[in-house]
Design a protein around this ligand. Structure first.
Ligand SMILES: [Zn+2]
Length: 171
């Protein structure tokens, strides 16, 4: 996966969060990711996509909001997934068509029945593409489980998530 965005502390706008969580995700984005993961499950394939939203910081460190999950054609099977390099234009079109200013705050992908965790491959993908400020959502539609992870100095750690009913609340 190409390097899409990497933040340095100076780039991240300051904005105080009302509730203490690492990532705030719109219900619409959650539904889209769950639908996508379920569709993949029916074809016995993992799925993935990108999380579009904003990154902010306050006294507690940085956090992100996610308004939309976007994806494109994938090359995937039961245990691996990547974007189809011949269809990156769909991904960029999906990003271009978003009606708000965004940054790519991370990515999501699914696991089939093995639970939600970051594999060694997931960790190196995450580090290469998103570094320490990025988030990784892992969904296991077979176990009906969803977890989110954030980059840390020594890999990734589990992050706390709040689901918001409507992305207009997130600004
Ligand atoms: Zn994985």
């Amino acid at each position: 996966m190409p390097l899409i965005t990497q933040h340095t502390a100076a780039d991240i706008p300051e904005r105080r969060r009302a509730v203490n969580a690492d990532i705030f995700v719109s219900e619409g984005a959650i539904c889209d990711m769950l639908d996508h993961a379920e569709k993949g499950m029916n074809e016995n394939a993992e799925v993935m996509g990108l999380l579009a939203g904003h990154v902010y910081r306050d006294d507690g460190g940085y956090y992100a909001t996610v308004s939309k999950a976007v994806t494109s054609a994938l090359i995937s099977d039961e245990v691996s997934v990547r974007f189809d390099p011949d269809d990156m234009v769909t991904l960029f079109d999906a990003l271009d068509n978003l009606d708000f200013e965004y940054v790519i705050v991370g990515w999501y992908h699914s696991h089939l029945g093995i639970g939600c965790f970051m594999s060694e491959t997931d960790k190196s993908t995450h580090k290469a593409a998103f570094g320490e400020t990025g988030f990784a959502m892992v969904i296991d539609p077979m176990k009906e489980e969803m977890k989110v992870f954030k980059g840390s100095a020594d890999g990734t750690t589990e992050a706390s998530m709040v689901v918001l009913e409507d992305h207009t609340q997130m600004a």
